[in-house]
Ligand binder design. Structure first.
Ligand code: FAD
Length: 641
């Protein structure tokens, strides 16, 4: 049957990429259809129930700054929040939350169901409708044909998915869900370059069988015994503490010599070590057998016991992801303190799946081979909910822009972690599941969690992604930051109007000449709070009066303070950014035949011919393309070659 309505954007897959893609396209006014295996699993967390962390939290804040769902759903479902790296500089500070997976899913589903322009439909997609070199829709398992102008594919770990537990394996998309076999075959037929990757998950444990008295308690921030008691962090720029449900602690136990011995005893039945699994796994999130094998000298590994929710006894033992046979899993779990009588609710497993080489995508995430077809999420070789959500929103935006016949939106590496993620994927590709780290961003001083809204909300508003409520809150904050910064810069203290005692208290000595408050704030030991005594205008100014700022005062002050403290570094980084953007602006013609650029080595010509970068900046980041080759290419372009 041909469905009687046509759509602008069809999103296939209701995971973290798919839900953000569908929400973004619909927010931008496109008639959007989200097609997924099962409406009950919208927003499902396949692995651990946690959102954020270093680099990942930055992505979540960026998605939020552009009106996305992940941070708000986490605020509504989060049962433990922590600010990681809180004693380090603001660039690497990151929010991480433990979520109740049921509440999280419910929040995502509610947002989807209440989003205007968005339709949901439950069916597996088995085929794509392609006419010439353009996708025109998707066909479901029972033959319903949905026509659309663009399709965003976010099939996660489901394409030809195969689960391994010991030497047993079976086809699945993840435990309890079917694989996408027909769609995988169809994509292979379309000759999109692809490969296999793998990821894994630990066995889950019934909390009633855990002896918590033998584990170490780890409270979240804001909880009794945690840092900043009474003040639980929030994820969304629109979030607040009142949204959070009851908070819960995590627990810590450790592997020991016996655990390691049990794990080694299972190596001969490990699908990883016996070659049953061909796909490469995430180096930064290895299975416990991989850790014991690679770091043989390490006597113990820390294992976090993380609650899966408020209405379940299920615990996620973070650190023992495994595909060893179940009998080995049973013994290894029970060898650890507190888990001697543990009952396993679900076995751990590894899953292998198809991914597509992201170097074959345009910088908008549209495939080069098939116009109108976009890929996002795990299918692009990444791992993680946050990476998936950011890509999903990005692909949804670009599918919507294409429908509006507008140019693609691609943030630069200095504008967003999303820009870093997209650029890394399309220029470097992946040889293992890709996850975000702050170290991937060369301009991380300006890509902080705290200023994600300052970097992205305005551009998102222009594209139609940000509603009036968020825009008003953002505008008030932005204006207050700028007013307060100006006020500090024009408030002067000098030996005549500043008592020596006050100066000594704050600065350690009496001042000898005139300073403005912004300059004083740049000093390492001087915070905004310390300036109160010398800042007569503080509460007189409407920029910071308690009445006008209300609950926004803390984020406003944070921005002012960071701007002052890091202004020197940030200015220096801006110079570097300017130099880098020069290359980013130089576009390489679509029709350029690199094989004819005689000055380049054959290897570089072949590499460029294969990857076809869109700008000189992208070309410079492709492995094997040297700075000398970039200079030669520039000369070639200037000559009009
Ligand atoms: P998914 O969340 O997988 O969602 C895919 C969606 O597409 C699902 O809703 C599915 O039903 C739907 N779908 C697929 N094919 C079709 C089709 N043909 N028709 C209709 N609907 C379809 N990440 C980490 O960061 N660390 C980890 O340790 C980790 N371990 C993992 C362990 C396991 C076992 C699994 C399965 C995943 C793990 N992940 C881990 C990855 C994390 O789950 C993913 O990165 C993230 O969920 C990817 O989001 P996504 O939206 O791309 O895909």
């Amino acid at each position: 049957m041909l469905y009687p309505q046509n759509f602008d954007v069809i999103v296939v897959g209701g995971g973290h990429a798919g839900t953000e893609a569908a929400l973004a396209a619909a927010r931008m006014g496109c008639k959007t259809l989200l097609l997924t295996h099962n409406i009950e699993t919208l927003g499902q967390m396949s692995c651990n129930p946690s959102i954020g962390g270093i680099g990942k939290g930055h992505l979540v804040k960026e998605v939020d700054a552009m009106g996305g769902a992940m941070a708000l759903a986490t605020d509504r479902g989060g049962i433990q929040f922590r600010i990681l790296n809180s004693s380090k500089g603001p660039a690497v500070r990151a929010t991480r939350a433990q979520a109740d997976r049921i509440l999280y899913k419910a929040a995502i589903r509610e947002m989807l169901e209440n989003q205007p322009n968005l339709w949901l439909f439950q069916q597996a997609v088995d085929d794509l409708m392609v006419e010439g070199d353009r996708v025109v829709g998707a066909v479901t398992q029972v033959g319903i044909r949905f026509r659309s102008r663009t399709v965003v594919l976010t099939a996660g770990t489901f394409l030809d998915g195969k689960i391994h537990v010991g030497l047993n394996n079976y086809a699945a998309g993840r435990a309890g869900d079917p694989p996408a076999v027909s769609l995988s075959a169809r994509l292979k037929e379309l000759q999109l370059p692809q490969g296999r990757l793998k990821t894994g998950t630990p066995p889950r444990i019934d909390g009633r069988s855990i002896d918590f008295s033998r584990c170490e308690e780890q409270p979240g921030d804001g909880m009794a015994g945690g840092v900043n008691e009474g003040s639980v962090p929030v994820f969304s720029f629109m979030g607040n503490q009142a949204m959070h449900p009851r908070q819960m602690p995590c627990w810590i136990t450790h592997t020991n010599a016996r655990t390691h011995e049990i794990i080694r005893s299972g190596f001969d039945r490990s699908p990883m070590f016996t070659g049953k699994i061909e796909g490469v796994g995430p180096r930064y999130c290895p299975s416990v057998e991989d850790k014991i094998n690679r770091f043989a000298d390490k006597e113990s590994h820390q294992i976090f016991l993380e609650p899966e929710g408020l209405t379940t006894h299920e615990y996620y033992p973070n650190g023992i992801s495994t595909s060893l046979p179940f009998d080995v899993q049973y013994e290894l779990v029970r060898s650890m303190a507190g888990l001697e009588n543990a009952h396993i609710l679900r076995p751990g497993y590894a899953i292998e799946y198809d991914y597509f080489d992201p170097r074959s995508l345009r910088s908008s995430f549209e495939t080069r081979q098939i116009n109108g077809l976009f890929f996002a999420g795990q299918i692009n070789g990444t791992t993680g909910y946050e990476e998936a959500a950011a890509q999903g929103m990005f692909a949804g935006i670009n599918a919507a822009l294409q429908c509006r016949e507008q140019e693609a939106w691609v943030p630069r590496r200095d504008e967003a972690y999303l820009g870093v993620l997209v650029d890394d994927l399309i220029t470097k590709g992946v040889n293992e599941p890709y996850r975000m780290f702050t170290s991937r961003a060369e301009f991380r001083l300006q890509l902080r969690e705290d200023n994600a809204d300052m970097r992205l909300t305005e551009v998102a508003r222009k594209m139609g992604l940000v509603d009036d409520m968020r825009w008003d809150a953002f505008s008030r904050k932005r204006d207050a930051v700028s007013r307060e910064t100006e006020r500090l810069k024009s408030t002067w203290v000098n030996p005549r109007n500043l008592p020596a005692t006050e100066s000594e208290r704050v600065l350690g000595k009496a001042i000898d000449h005139e300073y403005n408050l912004f300059d004083l704030l740049r000093r390492p030991n001087v915070g905004y709070a310390e300036l109160t005594g010398m800042d007569g205008g503080r509460f007189a100014s409407d920029a910071v009066s308690r009445e006008t700022l209300g609950e926004l005062s803390v984020p406003v002050i944070e921005q002012v303070e960071i701007a002052a403290k890091y202004s020197g570094y940030i200015d220096r980084q801006k110079d570097e950014v300017e130099r880098a953007t020069h290359f980013e602006k130089m576009r390489l013609p679509d029709e350029l035949d690199y094989m004819q650029v005689a000055a380049l080595s054959i290897e570089v010509r072949q590499t460029l011919q294969k990857h076809r970068p869109e700008t000189l900046g992208q070309a410079s980041r492709i492995s094997g393309v040297t700075p000398a080759a970039i200079s030669l290419l520039m000369v070639h372009l200037k000559k009009g070659g």
